[in-house]
Design a protein around this ligand. Structure first.
Ligand code: EPU
Length: 322
């Protein structure tokens, strides 16, 4: 069979798979074929999801997860795509996005605690908490993700980590069961929560550090914003591309190796902060991967430190491409 006919039959098979999924869900849930993911990431590179689903309810999410499981279709969850590199060929599977309003709740609970949905933007969480006079969420201001992604990556900035403010999380397993897991039960470390490698975060109960006047909290947010704007690039990026090695900073090491401004196609090591790869226009995923490989090799030569990517490579493993 020719490659063309092969891809035609693949396409028909995905069409049918999408159609069956759509028929299973309520009309408010979206099922989209060949949805480009570049525009759903902050780096703005990469191909399409064979199927993208935006469930509008817990029941529809459960059905979509169960369907992927039954059909043995790889399942991926998409947050705000701020720590993500999508391959140019796209993603062979079902991508679930909790972007429907249903997943964006922010609810005040007793003792100043807050219940937040996985789809709520961190920027909104930070602003709403400040408005409610709750202290401890200011560091989230500049992280361009949502709650689900921040839980999965234990996102951090300004000396704070997402799990610093978490009391418990609600998840759905790949088998479709919903659980509430207290933080003490989770294996959380720098930029990683083991349990969320598999389970899908639905939301979290957060606890503030203390209470204060909104104006005072907003001043702290402004201070962080100024600091970030001075030290990090504004061009499209996926945030820091490598994890910091123990006791050092990847940005410092890449800078010291003289790599600022290094390019592969339109992917460039930022001149502002060396641990950011920015998209200067039409970068491809292959450009970014080539630049990651180059930077890693040069830093290894210059300092003996092997940097590990922080950004997730969608549907693939970094070790297979580096
Ligand atoms: N540095 C350089 N050259 C550079 C960049 C940094 O010499 O091009 C030096 C700085 O002068 C400083 C040190 O490296 O002495 C650390 O830099 P910075 O304060 O910018 O912090 P970072 O360790 O590079 C971390 C997080 C960021 C977070 C900032 C601010 C990681 C990998 N990075 O960066 O998180 O925003 O602190 O709190 O943990 C992310 O994870 O995506 C991310 C952006």
């Amino acid at each position: 069979m020719s490659a063309y006919r092969q891809s035609q039959s693949d396409s028909a098979r995905w069409d049918e798979t999408a159609e069956r999924l759509r028929a299973n869900l309520s009309p408010a849930s979206k099922v989209i074929r060949e949805e480009s993911l570049a525009g759903r990431t902050t780096l703005r590179v990469g191909g399409a999801a064979r199927i993208l689903c935006e469930p509008s309810s817990l029941d529809d999410l459960r059905k979509a997860v169960a369907y992927a499981h039954q059909q043995a279709i790889p399942l991926h969850v998409l947050g705000r795509g701020s720590n993500l590199l999508v391959p140019d060929a796209g993603v062979e599977g079902l991508v679930i996005s909790l972007s429907h309003q249903q997943w964006q709740m922010f609810e005040l609970r007793p003792e100043g605690k807050i219940w937040v949905g996985a789809g709520l933007r961190l920027k909104n969480l930070c602003g709403l908490a400040a408005k409610a006079g709750l202290v401890g969420f200011e560091f989230l201001e500049g992280i361009p993700g949502n709650v689900g992604g921040a839980l999965r990556m234990n996102a951090g900035a300004m000396g704070g980590w997402m799990f610093d403010v978490v009391e418990e999380i609600q998840v759905m397993t790949r088998g479709g069961q919903v659980f509430t897991w207290p933080k003490a039960q989770l294996h959380v470390e720098y930029r990683h929560c083991l349990e969320l490698d598999e389970a899908i975060a639905l939301g979290a109960l957060l606890k503030p550090a203390s209470a204060a006047e909104s104006e005072q909290i907003k001043r702290q947010i402004d201070t962080y914003r100024d600091k970030r704007q001075k030290s990090q690039p504004r061009d499209p990026s996926a945030g820091c591309i490598f994890k910091n090695p123990p006791g050092d900073s990847a940005g410092r090491l890449i800078d010291a190796a003289g790599l600022k401004g290094e390019r592969r196609g339109d992917a460039e090591v930022s001149l502002v902060h060396a641990n950011f790869i920015v998209n200067r226009g039409h970068a491809t995923s292959a450009d970014v991967i080539a630049l990651v490989r180059h930077v890693r090799a040069r830093v290894q030569e210059a300092s003996g430190v092997t940097l590990e990517p922080e950004v997730l490579l969608y549907g693939q493993e970094w070790k297979d491409v580096l």
